[in-house]
Design a protein around this ligand. Structure first.
Ligand code: ME8
Length: 643
């Protein structure tokens, strides 16, 4: 197979001082999606992940746990491997830096660096941050009450004085700068490259690459009193995993290296974009093609981490929501290159709205209607009507645009674009009223069903990298067996919409959740109301809700939001309130000003984009997906309570 038809993707290897968390899951899910995306583009892929098991941080954690370091690290491995499998992370190799094969290969690599003359022995005297496993200069450290704190994690550094081998990093300063100049798109997002450039320009000092006061590591070749600095050991995993330094694996190594994509969080950019590149340059190895640096997942507005006590256990999410809906949420709702807030409410809303209501429901309604009307084999019409052709064009445009976003690894944008198609397909289905056509116009009915089948097939293939099993089921319900051997994306983009589908009924693909916290986006509120309708309430429960009539005095668009309108509402003697509604798509401010509507007035106030929303306006969703405001048929005084 030609080299351009391969795709090698890596994740950071995670420290095994604790179980995996949502942040490490996120990096690994992105890598899995990237690998699968390339598979549907007909490429041969290699997806590498694993664990970083040596170094002072792990040594200290093992001592604190009263365990031998190897037994300590071993104890975490099943948690990683099992969870990754449960999340359908289809890695080709899980490397552990304690693997004897890796250890030998690292020693070979260090020998090569020594032979090239880039390693020399000297003495290190300075600060070390063990949680970050990094040397800190006094100039960079934060001084607090006479203590030196790490500039990144703000924990106390220790003073280290020991004999050490050094890598001539300073010799690579100009070469690295030249490389960035020639490859300005090497790092996504671009602003990260500027940070790295200014770090390199500030002057690279030679890097200490061995420790004598740490025992838990790879012994230096011919000098076992020294163990390799953990980052030297860890970074090399990207090459040792695919055969570097292993006899008989040269061909395999040459085939896979360089990596096509290295995924990492923004905390470890310097290690990858400076040290790693310099090590590779020193050993005359080609440099990776791309680094994707993603932002933090934050919980309660802070980076999710053990020290803030806001860690989300991916196992809990798996048990409650299933792997694939969580994968979808991570891909769609976490903006790759930014920090993003994670919340259970948003997760539930996304699963309920996007997956259950919009995608699952479309499939259900279409198949139910087809079966009810004895349409099991759906042939494509010879000539498509205008509305179907519009949707077909939208489908083709979607494929093209999604591919462009995926080339840039902007997963969230790709899947947001795909959702526009899902929404349009829903709108088309409602507007065609196929339940009526089934009685009167069989051909038009058949066309509508066929049109939806074609769209759903495209959606399922594009979504396969995110939700492989669910999408294979979806395809099965259209009578299609998912096969990876071909370039499915090319086939999709060349598809002229002439497929015959053999429909099969399947169980609901997605569940809806009873959303606890009522949010401002009325569409979601309505979804949750819809779900609750079967659960009867007592009249006293109803009386608790203050449903008031109010007149909208002012209404304006909220800067920076694509959904929100901000209203000032008059409730007569009960005063005026500021209320937000997520209906910008459906109403312009002037359409609402002066209208009397119905509001929930005793809803706990919520902060929305830094401003308080003091109630909620009620809307109802029409067949075409539009939110229609609720009004009173005759004029009543503002502040009147509904009963
Ligand atoms: O740094 N949001 O390992 P590590 C998003 N062993 N991603 C997060 C995250 C969060 N809140 N928290 C962690 C190491 N991550 C080294 C790497 S590679 C040769 C050696 C992810 O266990 C993100 O990818 O601290 C980050 O870079 C990585 O976990 C750090 O994992």
């Amino acid at each position: 197979m030609a080299k351009e038809n391969k795709f090698y993707v890596t994740t950071p290897i995670y420290y095994v001082t604790a179980k995996p968390h949502l942040g490490t899951l996120y990096s690994t899910v992105l890598a899995d999606i990237a690998a699968r995306w390339n598979q549907i583009a007909g490429k041969k892929t290699f997806f590498l992940t694993g664990t970083d098991e040596h170094g002072q941080k792990v040594e200290q954690a093992a001592i604190a746990a009263g365990k031998d370091p190897k037994k300590f690290v071993d104890s975490f491995i099943p948690a990683y491997k099992d969870l990754w499998k449960e999340y359908e992370l289809d890695f080709n190799y899980f490397i552990r830096t304690t693997d004897p094969d890796h250890v030998k290969a690292v020693q070979k690599w260090i020998t090569l660096l020594i032979e090239k003359g880039d390693i020399y022995k000297s003495k290190y005297q300075g600060l070390y941050c063990s949680p970050c496993e990094t040397f800190v200069t006094e100039k960079d450290a934060v001084v607090d009450c006479g203590k030196f704190l790490c500039p990144d994690c703000k924990r106390e550094c220790t003073f280290v004085e020991e004999e050490s081998y050094f890598f001539r990093l300073s010799a690579y300063q100009d070469k690295i700068l030249k490389f960035f100049e020639e490859n300005p798109n090497f790092i996504t997002p671009k602003d990260r490259i500027n940070e790295v450039i200014s770090f390199v320009k500030s002057g690279l000092k030679d890097l200490s690459v061995s420790r004598t006061t740490v025992k838990w590591g790879v012994p230096f070749p011919n000098d076992p009193n020294h163990v390799a600095y953990v980052w030297l050991d860890a970074l090399s995993n990207y090459i040792t995993a695919i055969g570097f330094g292993k006899e008989g694996q040269e061909k395999e190594f040459d085939f896979w290296w360089p990596a096509d994509l290295q995924i990492l969080g923004k905390d470890i950019v310097r290690f990858h974009a400076v040290y790693w590149l310099a090590f590779l340059m020193a050993t005359d190895l080609p440099l990776p093609k791309k680094m994707l640096v993603h932002g933090w997942i934050r919980v309660n507005k802070q980076k999710m981490s053990k020290s803030f006590g806001n860690v989300i256990d991916p196992k809990d999410l798996l048990d409650k929501y299933g792997a694939e809906p969580v994968r979808y949420y991570l891909a769609r709702k976490i903006a790759v290159t930014q920090d993003s807030e994670f919340s259970i409410e948003d997760l539930e809303k996304t699963i309920s709205a996007d997956l259950a209501n919009e995608l699952g429901n479309l499939l259900n309604r279409m198949t139910t209607l087809a079966f009810k009307n004895e349409l099991q084999v759906v042939c494509a019409p010879n000539i498509w009507s205008e509305s179907a052709m519009e949707l077909r064009q939208e489908c083709w445009d979607t494929i093209e645009e999604v591919e462009l976003h995926m080339q840039d690894y902007m997963f969230h944008m790709a899947y947001a674009r795909l959702w526009k198609l899902v929404n349009k397909a829903n709108a088309y289905f409602h507007s065609q009223e196929p339940w009526k056509l089934a009685r009167t116009e069989k051909e038009a009915f058949n066309e509508c069903i066929s049109c939806i089948c074609h769209v759903l097939r495209a959606v399922a293939i594009i979504l396969w990298p995110v939700m492989p099993k669910k999408m294979e089921q979806l395809l099965q319900s259209l009578g299609i067996q998912f096969e990876l051997s071909k370039n499915l994306l090319q086939e999709l983009s060349e598809d002229v919409w002439n497929t015959e589908f053999k429909l099969m009924k399947i169980d609901n693909l997605f569940e809806k959740y009873d959303i606890q916290e009522v949010a401002v986006e009325n569409k979601e509120i309505l979804n949750s109301v819809e779900q609750k309708i079967e659960n009867y309430i007592q009249i006293d429960d109803f009386a608790k809700i203050d449903l008031l009539v109010g007149t909208i005095l002012e209404c304006e668009i909220v800067e920076g939001s694509d959904k929100l309108l901000k209203m000032q509402v008059d409730f007569g003697e009960k005063g005026k309130r500021q209320i937000f509604a997520g209906v910008k798509k459906f109403y312009s401010p002037t359409e609402l000003i002066g209208k009397q509507g119905v509001f929930v007035a005793n809803l706990k106030p919520r902060k929305i984009m830094g401003m308080e929303s003091q109630g909620m306006m009620l809307f109802a969703e029409s067949e075409d997906g539009k939110l229609q405001m609720t009004t009173i048929s005759g004029l009543v005084p503002n502040g009147t309570k509904l009963r």
